[in-house]
Design a binder for this molecule. Structure first.
Ligand code: CP
Ligand code: NVA
Length: 299
């Protein structure tokens, strides 16, 4: 049984194969006779809000011939305390695949183990691997290759997107700089560099210097709303704006996983200047996820 729960679990060859498949599915989107999910129902179990992930999976599953079933976890009995292990064993007998957005990675792993159906991580507090696949697809489209780029991530270095970038950099071997306040550096470090290839700094301009890609994410992730005021104060210098772009000394790709909070993690003018890349990136969620599903099914 194949799952897509964490980038860590997959070889770079598998990840490249998913990206190749995604690019092919994108170029053949109007092809109607490819229905690997024919007569299948895939459940989307979401415990957090979503626009892009929900819609791209619902549309993608439909385009691959299957039926998507959206289940707000607050409305399920799990919202009243039914253990994830029981939900998984029930759904595993009824649906053919699961796409899960929740808080703890551990709950996702438990669902995958107990349900015995292909399970996809649609974001946890720890990782957002589907987003990274769309991001890598976008970089490949715009810059030709991922491996030779230097990516600067500016903002919450301890969040799920920074962790996913670290996992991707380790797999693909590209350079990664993370600019964040020291106590928001990735959790797996105690302030030490992760490797020569992955550099941590509290200086946004230093991270940006020479970068080919500038990337940011919200300062306040879902579930962290109680820390919003403190975070907005602490992250004030960690914004992508025209100054950050000038610090690269290049014309970098500017990327954002969205939703974007204007004049917080990205300036309004920078978001608008780079809207073509950012909304291509959002569209690529659809193609990348279809690539993941086909890879899971060997289709
Ligand atoms: N980037 C992303 O995952 O967006 P949603 O929260 O809207 O799904
Ligand atoms: N880090 C953000 C990503 C949103 C797509 C969050 O978890 O809310």
């Amino acid at each position: 049984m194949k799952h897509f729960l964490s980038l860590e679990n997959h070889s770079v060859e598998d990840l490249e194969a998913i990206l190749d498949r995604a690019a092919q599915l994108k170029s053949e989107r109007k092809r109607t006779d490819f229905r690997p999910l024919d007569r299948q129902t895939w459940g989307l179990l979401f415990a957090k809000s979503s626009t892009r992930t929900r819609v791209s999976f619902e549309v993608g599953i439909h385009e691959l011939g299957g039926c998507p079933l959206f289940l707000n976890m607050a409305d399920l009995q799990s919202g009243r305390g039914e253990p994830i292990s029981d939900t998984a064993r029930v759904l595993g007998r009824m649906i053919d695949g699961a796409v899960i957005r929740t808080y703890e990675q551990q709950d996702l792993l438990e669902f995958a183990n107990r349900s015995r159906i292909p399970t996809i991580n649609a974001l946890t507090d720890q990782e957002h691997p589907c987003q990274i696949m769309a991001d890598l697809l976008t970089i490949r489209e715009k810059l030709g290759t991922v491996r030779e780029q230097t990516v600067a991530f500016v903002g919450d270095g301890a969040g799920n997107m920074a962790a996913s970038w670290i996992a991707a950099a380790k797999k693909f071997g590209f350079g990664l700089r993370i600019a964040a306040p020291r106590d928001f550096w990735p959790k797996q470090t105690d302030g030490r560099p992760l490797s020569d290839q992955i550099i941590l700094t509290s200086d946004t301009a230093e991270a940006a210097r020479g970068a080919d890609v500038l990337y940011t994410d919200v300062w306040v992730s879902m579930g962290m709303e109680a820390e919003a005021e403190e975070r907005e104060e602490r992250f004030r210098r960690y914004q992508i704006n025209r100054e950050t772009i000038a610090a690269t000394g290049k014309s970098p790709l500017v990327m954002h996983c969205l939703p974007a909070y204007r004049d917080k993690e990205i300036s309004e003018e920078t978001l608008e200047d780079h809207q073509q890349t950012i909304f291509d990136q959002a569209e690529n969620r659809l193609h990348a996820q279809k690539g993941v599903i086909c890879w899971l099914l060997n289709a």
